[in-house]
Design a protein around this ligand. Structure first.
Ligand code: PLP
Length: 221
């Protein structure tokens, strides 16, 4: 299927899943994850009206999007991959949303850089809901204190939470957990759900879903 057809299909599924859980389809934003995709497919997505994209590497995102920002003033770029503090300057300059805030050092660096550039980007805290040692994200037990640190000490605009469930677990469990963690902090935005499980995520309250292969097909390796 073409990117256009995939987009139609995914948008339809988003609409159905939202309605099925009594929510408005317009409350769920589709982040098309464009990492490692060929240029022709990016162009197809833009031609189909898609404007919200997710990338997991700063440098790759610069190559793909820096020029296009001038052409598409309504682009919204989400950083959804781990951010090293030495890339914070480039990330703040390029992205519109940082979804992978997960440690104090990064929170401090983002805070300083956002002040410097006068770009106060909305952020999501990435939560390691499965407490997997190899995975990025703040541990649930540390979430409350970390949220306080980000907001009070660093003045960051934390809008919500993001997670990537462990592959071996039923994802719905983690989606529900993330929603509970967010509710406990008074946060409403939830970035959760990928190609294989975005409908379940919407059922659990996601308002941002990150869909890569479901929109673009397999990634280049
Ligand atoms: C790559 C990636 C996605 C998209 O994955 P698909 O399975 O291709 O939809 C979503 N979220 C994050 C954090 C990713 O790195």
């Amino acid at each position: 299927m073409s990117v256009l057809e995939n987009l139609k299909d995914v948008r339809q599924k988003i609409e159905n899943a939202a309605k099925a859980s009594g929510r408005s389809p317009s409350a769920v934003a589709l982040i098309a994850v464009s990492k490692m995709q060929p240029e022709a497919k990016i162009e197809e997505a833009l031609a189909a009206g898609q404007r919200v994209f997710g990338e997991n590497r700063v440098q790759e995102a610069q190559t793909r999007w820096a020029q296009r920002r001038a052409e598409f003033s309504d682009l919204r770029l989400h950083l959804i991959g781990p951010l090293q503090t030495n890339k914070v300057k480039e990330a703040v300059a390029l992205f519109d949303v940082i979804e992978t805030l997960d440690r104090e050092k990064l929170a401090r660096a983002l805070s300083l850089e956002m002040k410097k550039q006068g770009r106060f980007l909305p952020c999501f805290i990435q939560v390691n809901t499965g407490d997997e040692p190899q995975k990025a994200g703040i541990s649930p037990v540390d979430l409350k204190a970390f949220y306080g640190f980000c907001v009070e000490e660093c003045g960051l605009d934390v809008r919500g939470l993001m997670c990537i469930p462990p592959v071996e677990d039923p994802p719905a469990l983690h989606f529900c957990l993330l929603r509970q963690y967010a509710a406990a902090l008074g946060l409403t935005d939830l970035s959760m759900g990928m190609s294989a499980d975005f409908e379940k995520a919407i059922g659990a309250g996601a308002n941002f879903v990150r869909v890569g292969s479901g929109v673009f097909g397999d990634r280049l390796v």
